[in-house]
Every structure is written in C-alpha cells, then in structure tokens.
Design a protein around this ligand. Structure first.
Ligand code: GDP
Ligand code: IMO
Ligand code: MG
Length: 406
C-alpha cells in the first residue's frame, strides 16, 4: 500500500459538508492516483466538479473527477440520473485529450435516463413556483419524479431503442404535454438514445455485482459524492435542496455497497461558505466582504455560471453534517481565499465570532508548519469545535496545492 491509502484504508468516500462546490472534485482527483475504482453514486449533471492539472481546467458533470488517471475503473452507480448527450460530450472531450474511457467505464443498468423533456419540465416547474428554488435546470427533479413514480426509463432499456422503447417514448408525448405544457421532441430524444447506444452500450452493466466483486477481491474504491449535506432531499434545507440523497448513506445506497465497508469518510468544506440558488444562509456575508469572497474565490457556478452567494464558515452546520456522516477527516478547502481578511467571522453556537486573519499569502503552501500562525489556529479551531481532524487543506486550485496531514 502506498502513502495516503495506507492511512485511509481501501474504501473511502468524499462528501460535501455545505451547499456544494466545496472542492470535492479536486481531492477526488488527488486521491484517485492511489485507488483502483472511482465511483459516482447519485445526482446527475447538476454537479460541476472542477480540477486544475498543469494549469488546465477540467469540469466534470457526470464523469467522476478521478477519470483523468488512466487505467482506473470508473463507475456511474444506480442512484444517478444520466443525461446521455452530456455524458457523451464529456467522454468525447476526454478522448480528445487522448484519454480512453469506454474500456473502463461501468454504467449501472439501474441508473435513470434524464431526457431533454425533463430539462424543459424543470424550467416549467421553476417558472410556476411562487418562490423558485433556483435549480440548475438540468432536469434532475423531474427525472427523480419519474423514478419515484416508477415511470422512469433506466439504462438497461437502452438496447430497446430500435424497438419498443422508441414506441413507448412516442406514446408519452401527449401525457407530457397535458401535464406540464411541454412539447417533447421525441424524434430527437430517440436520436440521442441511438447515439448513446452506439457509443456506450458495452458499458451498461450490473455495477452492484461489479463493485462488490472488486471490493471482495481486494481492489480499492473511492466514492465521489455529489452535491452536499445541506442539499440533501431529507436532511437539507428543504425545499431548497436537490432531489437525491447526498450523504454517505445515500452514496452507499446509490452504489449498492455495504455501509460497514467504508474505511474513511472525508467531509469537504470551504474555509468559508457559498451557496448557489435560493434558501436560508445564516452566515451570508454582507457589504464588501460578499463581493470580495466571490472574486477571490472565483465563486461562479461550474454548471450554470451563476454568481455564488458567499459567506462565512458555519461550524454548527459542519457539526450537523458530521453527526449524519461520521467524518473521519475534513478537507478544508480554499484557505488561500481568506488570505487578505483582517478578521474572519465564524458561526459557532449560533453566533458569529471573529477570529484573527493572517494577512499573508498561503497560496500553494503544502506543509502545515509553513502556514502562518493564525491560519494554523483557524484550522485547529475547526478541529476543536468538531472533534474531526483536518487531514487535508486546500491552498489553491491546482492538483499540487494541498496540505496533507494524514
Ligand atoms: P465541487 O463541486 O465540490 O467539486 O467544487 P467546484 O469544482 O464546483 O468548485 C470549487 C472551485 O474551487 C473550483 O473552481 C476549484 O478549482 C476551486 N478550488 C478547489 N480547491 C481550491 C483551493 O484550495 N483554493 C482555491 N483558490 N481554489 C480551489
Ligand atoms: P456539486 O456536486 C452547488 C443546487 C442548485 C439549487 C438546488 C436544486 O457541484 O457540489 P437541482 O438542479 O439539483 O434540482 O437544484 O441544488 N445544486 C448545487 N449547488 N453544487 C452542486 O453540485 C449542486 N447541485 C445542485 O443550485 O439550489
Ligand atoms: Mg460544483
């Protein structure tokens, strides 16, 4: 066993502890070099995971962020809702970079398909709400509506696209029109499915059997969470949430892995906080700080380009996230974004307490001892208040810009 894996163990997960965009993609990319199988479990192309390698930015919506590492097996699990044209585009982009995917991609036959009409329904539902949620308009809610109503179409039916599935889709047109006022272009949907069938038919499989075979034969597995705890359909800030289960429990359910198999669970949180979309945000910044954090942190959505709302770290929320997920480590990301703050407000026990800033650059630092004293104190305060060690600290977007303390 090599470095990080020997301390984290063979089956690990990365879970967002705030409202998403914490930097899950970056740590997954780093850890992926030491794991055999990288798996996405839930959600869909509402996710936007950014990694920066040799100055080049890659944004993934469906593919796990570990996929840049050649030779790793990639799973899209049963809990996902998959928009096939988006997936095909990601695969083509990777292939354009000389990275082969098809021979190592395993897509669950039980994952659900997101159609373009789901995206249109998403827009119609948002427009009809008195208080919109601010969804990513990627059709996530409507696809999960179909799944829960047991009217969804799963990946296993892709092979029927030249026969019964095409007829069934056409028959749905009227119902979609009557229910949502959306005119589905079924000829285009069928073309999209045919293109997917051609490209990825060999990847559709029983991923539950596959991942557990990998597990029992001693292969190592890295689970990449999408979205985050406060966006969880059950435990998040409902109704301003996504439509899937975003916790570790949800990820295990989505993949069909036994709960006791996980050896480490990394909770990812920014050193401050952001939120895209509507809903409560207790520690939201006011005045100049709001804009300053957004500009320094580049806080614009990876999926929609929307400006993210910005604010301060809420340790009370981290404790709630920890209570549900049992984190073994934190990855505190984007510490460098706070470098110029005089004081740093932090929500603890329902109150905003001001901690002293460090007013010096931490960008690119890779050793904890090299951090300024107040930055070390900031990290230690998070450990003290949550009881969870900070195993990883992000000091920049690049793959190398991470302090590892495991
Ligand atoms: P994810 O959805 O959790 O994977 O996060 P996103 O990719 O949506 O957003 C995180 C953003 O912060 C991306 O643009 C990353 O490149 C960037 N990022 C990640 N870690 C760090 C860090 O430690 N410092 C800085 N400055 N940027 C980071
Ligand atoms: P990653 O994986 C941030 C938010 C949307 C909206 C709500 C519902 O990149 O962290 P949806 O389209 O899912 O129905 O939108 O959830 N949301 C995210 N916010 N990061 C994400 O994913 C998100 N996925 C969904 O902004 O408020
Ligand atoms: Mg994101």
């Amino acid at each position: 066993m090599s470095g990080i894996q020997s301390s984290l163990g063979p089956i690990i997960s990365v879970i967002g502890a705030q409202w998403g965009d914490e930097g899950k993609g970056k740590i997954v990319d780093i850890l992926a070099s030491e794991y055999d199988v990288i798996a996405r479990a839930c959600g869909g192309a509402n996710a936007g995971h950014t990694i920066v390698v040799d100055g080049e930015k890659h944004i993934f919506h469906l593919m796990p962020s570990g996929c840049l590492h050649e030779g790793k097996q990639i799973i899209l699990g049963s809990g996902l809702v998959i928009h096939l044209p988006t997936l095909l585009k990601e695969i083509e982009t990777l292939e354009g970079h000389g990275i082969s995917i098809i021979d190592r991609l395993h897509i669950s036959k039980a994952a659900h398909i997101v159609f373009d009409y789901h995206k249109e329904i998403d827009v119609v539902l948002e427009e009809g709400r008195e208080e919109p949620i601010g969804t990513t308009k990627r059709g996530i809610g409507p696809a999960y509506i179909d799944k829960a109503a047991r009217t969804g179409i799963r990946m296993e039916r892709l092979s029927e696209i030249n026969g019964p599935l095409a007829d069934e889709l056409k028959k749905r047109t009227d119902c979609i029109q009557k229910t949502f006022g959306v005119t589905a272009d079924m000829d285009q949907e069928i073309e999209n499915l045919k293109a997917a069938q051609k490209k990825i038919r060999s990847c559709v499989t029983d991923t539950v059997a596959y991942i557990n075979k990998q597990r029992t034969s001693g292969k190592t597995i890295l689970i990449e969470g999408a979205q985050a705890v406060l966006l969880d359909i059950d435990h998040g800030t409902y109704p301003y949430v996504t439509s899937s289960s975003t916790s570790l429990a949800g990820a295990l359910q989505g993949l069909g892995l036994p709960p006791m198999s996980v050896t480490s669970n990394i909770g990812v949180a920014k050193a401050y906080c952001t939120r895209v979309g509507e809903g409560v945000f207790d520690s939201e910044a006011t005045g100049d700080a709001k804009e300053r954090l957004r500009e320094r942190g580049g806080e614009y959505g990876s999926t929609t380009g929307r400006p993210r709302r910005t604010g301060w770290l809420n340790i009370d929320q981290l404790n709630i996230a920890h209570s549900m997920n049992g984190f073994t480590h934190w990855n505190i990301t984007k510490l460098d974004v706070l470098d110029e703050e005089e004081v740093i407000p932090v929500m603890i026990g329902g109150k905003l307490e001001e901690l002293p800033g460090w007013k010096t650059s931490t960008a690119g630092i890779t050793s904890f001892d090299d951090l300024p004293e107040n930055a070390q104190a900031y990290i230690k305060r998070i450990e003290l208040e949550t009881g969870v060690p900070v195993g990883f600290i992000g000091t920049g977007p690049g793959r190398e810009e991470m302090i590892t303390r495991t």
